[in-house]
Design a protein around this ligand. Structure first.
Ligand code: PEP
Ligand code: MG
Length: 894
């Protein structure tokens, strides 16, 4: 090969485990196993670069690839002493996909390649086993037709089923050689009928076709979906492994299986487990056509091969220092290893294996934290989960799917209003609140419910944000959900209020009746060990978003180092306060507003005291009132309908007319861009004043009660201009000082800062920093305002389509848009630091609980992230991993 031609193909013995990017996980590991002298059938790997080049250049082989395949094939043939597809004694190969990150079952694999009408006879003759030869050929025709040529595999399955019925055979293995010979003829006929041409007989053409198909399988819908779900980039490509076939279907001393080195559900060590089938090929095990046998039984069937497999698995686990998932084939009693990879496992298994491997001396604590813990799985440890095995055993089928808005499973009776949820919930009943959508008025019902289902809304919809915050499972955006009186239709099923349903917020499914659920342990001892390692490693602090004393207590239990966001408006929404708040907003009389605020103030003082008590010694950031006005107002539509009805019936209701006039006056077409945050505070200064005074009063009271001064931070939301912040800050400080003057409040320090939620604030952060003692990036709004995507509507509309069609790699409301929003954060941080050295910078949008976004925050040198209490443990781990990994390259590109 000349120096200027790219090397697209590597023999297994040329590769190494460090070459995952180029050879894919499977290629790198078979190369490694080959070097270790393990029994791996020989072969070669086409690189991921070959795949990307092939896909990017109109699906033609790049220069040199064809020749390199030919050279490696010739070497493989020389090694085997057989030629691919030879009529007398054929070499057969498997063509397997294998990307850098394992994507089990997502891409294609073709076995038994090289068989044709002649070579099948040769195989039958040399092995003396015509049954095996024709079994292999019929499998090859079917898989080649389906994968390479797109013929529906059901045509072949139907023919196989028909043959079994005809022969009175229950299983494939009950068919004899003649049956299978006849079946290959039938299959070839099916191929001819659908393709209008004969089944390809030239082995080299077969090989090229298979390679093209495996390259192309990188771009199937399911491969895209899988990558999106697991955060795998779309531009990596898959490698292709061409490997000499070994046969698990040559008879009673042959078989094939998959095995894990530890229990992947519980993590229990010393219990390798798996499935195998005798006289079968790989796809029989995974496809579930025949029921596989538990691995332990292999010890009785083929003890020597079993012993060798156990030894090899132990060796591989020690070498890769992670639980391995292997694929093996036994041909006439001889063991072959086809693949090893780090195994997928449950959240419970994951934390246990990480700790056990440290205790076994296989890895250090830092290595275990960095390599063996997947922090996105951590929240699953805290929630009851649907017991998926139990669901399968019970044969339960979901009624519908929606957005998996808040993880965990919940069972309860359908209720349709928040009041009913509260009433029945307080009476000890388990209820699921089912709504078209939820509004802040539903909060009390949401608190009382086990779970929430809505017809509309996505992951950052109000229901979802609140539910995640409460650790309450939720499924949102169930499009087939209809509420009609007391009846609820979900999919095709009509249910009534009081009927039991189960929701799976982890996967977005809704079931009728009670599905089995597993209970969590919030202080899993393995997780506690991992958290110690993470806390030692990390520099980023982790706070919680918490609005109530209960939330605050929970946050502290989970290790929060303060409250980064207390949304003070949540305190306005409880049932007895809403009428006061509404009357206050509706009033156009300043004195009346003051009077109503004075009635609300004791509630606020109480709320803040509860939180300060729980968070003793730790900072608490209280965000002054933020939501759009309309969330406090009666519906204009309702008022109009009632007025129209009055008019029809000649009823005169001046109070209703006045209400309607006021709501019309306050009505905004774009409330999210309207009278919110600091604008509301400047328009109704008495609200911010009341809140600031209540904060200070509560702080003094708690200091007097406990002897320890709360650490108070007051935060002004939705600031665009330095002038807005200055005015609001003066007002707040004025009130703080006024209350301080009424008591010995000298030792209570109050910082006043702002949220950065608007691009203008980020771009002019130097000016803003003059008025702010801290910044907290409100990335929910900053994403909304940077992208111009409505956080309430985008997910249920075009954003869903963008994600489904891979226009965007992930949801920017979940994972920070590093290049856009992230760049604004960097500009804001860089602009503020020279003006106010050491300014405290935090982030409190939903992204504060997202591992990739936490890495970004670490890279930007932020001081803390703040997230839902239920995500605090995960965020501690993500911050620890970020510190161990150093620079991640997640900074916005310049
Ligand atoms: C934000 O905008 O990121 C934020 C935390 O505030 P809210 O979600 O309450 O608007
Ligand atoms: Mg906001």
């Amino acid at each position: 090969m000349t120096g200027d031609v790219t090397k697209w193909v590597y023999a297994f013995r040329e590769g190494s485990r460090e070459m995952r990017d180029l050879l894919g996980g499977k290629g790198a590991n078979v190369a490694d196993m080959t070097r270790l002298g393990l029994p791996v059938p020989p072969g070669f790997t086409l690189t991921t670069a070959a795949c990307i080049t092939y896909l990017g250049e109109g699906r033609v082989f790049p220069p040199g690839l064809g020749e390199q395949i030919a050279a490696h094939l010739a070497a493989l043939e020389a090694d085997a002493g057989k030629r691919l597809g030879d009529a007398d004694d054929p070499l057969l190969v498997a063509v397997r996909s294998g990307a850098r990150d394992s994507m089990p079952g997502m891409m294609d694999t073709i076995l038994n390649l090289g068989l044709n009408d002649q070579s099948v006879e040769g195989l039958a003759a040399t092995t003396g086993n015509p049954r095996f030869a024709f079994d292999s050929y019929r499998r090859f025709i079917q898989i080649y037709a389906a994968v390479v040529c797109g013929v529906d595999k059901h045509h072949f399955e139907a023919a196989l089923d028909a043959l079994k019925v005809d022969r009175g055979a229950r299983l494939d293995v009950d068919l004899d050689a003649d049956d299978l010979r006849g079946l290959t003829d039938t299959f070839i006929g099916i191929f001819q009928q659908h393709m209008g041409e004969a089944f390809p007989q030239d082995p080299r053409l077969q090989l090229d076709g298979a390679i093209r198909a495996v390259f192309a399988s990188w771009e199937t819908r399911r491969a895209y979906d899988y990558r999106r779900l697991h955060g795998i980039p779309h531009d990596l490509g898959t490698a292709v492994n061409v490997q000499r076939m070994v046969f698990g279907n040559t008879g009673d001393r042959s078989g094939t299986g998959v095995a894990f080195t530890r229990d992947n559900a519980t993590g229990e060590p010393g219990r390798p487990f798996g499935d195998f089938l005798m006289n079968a090929q790989g796809e029989d095990v995974v496809a579930g056509i025949r029921t596989p046998r538990p691995l332990a039984e292999l010890a009785d069937v083929l003890p020597e091969a079993f012993a060798e497999l156990m030894e090899t698995m132990g060796h591989l686990e020690r070498r890769y220092r992670d639980m391995q998932d292997v694929e093996f084939t036994i041909e006439d009693g001889r063991l072959y290893m086809l693949q090893t990879r780090n195994g997928k496992r449950s959240a419970f298994a994951r934390v246990r294996i990480a700790v056990d491997m440290v205790d076994e001396g296989l890895v250090t604590e830092d290595e275990a934290l960095r390599d063996l813990v997947v922090c996105a799985q951590v929240p699953q440890l805290l929630l009851p989960q649907l017991d998926s095995e139990g669901v399968t055993l019970a044969g339960l089928i979901p009624l519908a799917h929606g957005v998996n808005a808040s993880p965990g499973a919940a069972v309860g009776a359908i209720v349709l209003t928040a009041d009913e949820a509260e009433r029945r919930g307080h009476a000890g009943e388990r209820v699921i609140l089912v709504r078209d959508e939820t509004t802040p008025d539903d909060l009390h019902g949401m608190i009382a419910a086990q779970g929430i289902v809505t017809a509309r809304g996505g992951k950052t919809s109000h229901a979802a944000v609140v539910a995640v915050g409460m650790g309450c499972p939720a499924v949102c955006g169930v499009e087939t959900l209809r509420i009609d009186g007391d009846l609820v239709t979900i999919g095709d099923t009509v249910l009534a209020v009081g009927d039991l349903i189960t929701i799976d917020g982890t996967n977005g499914a809704v079931y009728a009746g009670e599905a089995p659920v597993t209970a969590p342990d919030p202080f899993n001892p393995y997780l506690m060990r991992i958290l110690e390692w993470a806390d030692r490693a990390r520099v980023l602090r982790v706070r919680a978003n918490a609005d109530t004393p209960d939330d605050a207590r929970r946050a502290r239990q989970f290790g929060a180092e303060g409250i980064g966001l207390c949304r003070s408006e949540h305190m306005f929404f409880s049932a007895e306060r809403v009428p006061l708040v509404q009357a206050m907003i509706m009033s156009d009389d300043d004195a009346e507003r003051e009077r109503l605020l004075a009635l609300l103030r004791p509630f606020q003082v109480d709320d803040f005291m509860g939180i300060f008590r729980e968070m003793r010694g730790l900072p608490v950031t209280i965000r002054l009132l933020d939501p759009p006005l309309h969330e406090f107002l009666p519906s204009l539509l309702d008022l109009r309908l009632r007025a129209a009805a009055n008019e029809r019936e000649g009823i005169c209701d001046p109070e209703l007319d006045a209400q309607r006039a006021r709501v019309t006056e306050l009505h905004e077409e774009n409330p999210m861009l309207g009278t919110r945050g600091v604008r509301l505070g400047l328009e109704f200064p008495e609200i911010f004043r009341m809140q600031a005074g209540a904060v200070m009063q509560a702080a003094i009271a708690v200091r007097d009660e406990t002897g320890e001064a709360p650490v108070v931070e007051i935060m002004i939301p939705l600031v665009a201009y330095e002038q807005e912040l200055r005015a609001a800050r003066e007002m707040v400080l004025d009130e703080v000082e006024r209350v301080r003057a009424t008591s010995d409040g000298a030792h209570i320090e109050v910082l006043v800062g702002t949220m950065i939620e608007l691009p203008r604030a980020a771009l002019t952060s130097g000016d803003i920093a003059r008025e702010a003692e801290f910044f907290s990036f409100g990335t929910n709004d900053l994403t909304q305002t940077t992208l111009g995507f409505s956080r309430d509507d985008a997910e249920k509309g075009f954003l869903g389509m963008y994600l489904r069609s891979n226009l965007l790699p992930n949801n920017p409301f979940e994972t920070l848009d590093v290049d856009g929003v992230g760049r604004l954060i960097r500009i804001a941080a860089e602009g503020a630091r020279p003006v106010r050295p050491g300014i405290k910078l935090g982030l409190c949008g939903e992204h504060g609980g997202d591992p990739a976004s936490i890495m970004f925050c670490h890279d930007m040198g932020l001081d803390y992230v703040s997230c839902s209490p239920y995500r605090v443990q995960m965020a501690r781990i993500a911050a620890g991993q970020a510190a161990l990994n150093g620079a991640h390259g997640v900074s916005p590109s310049d």
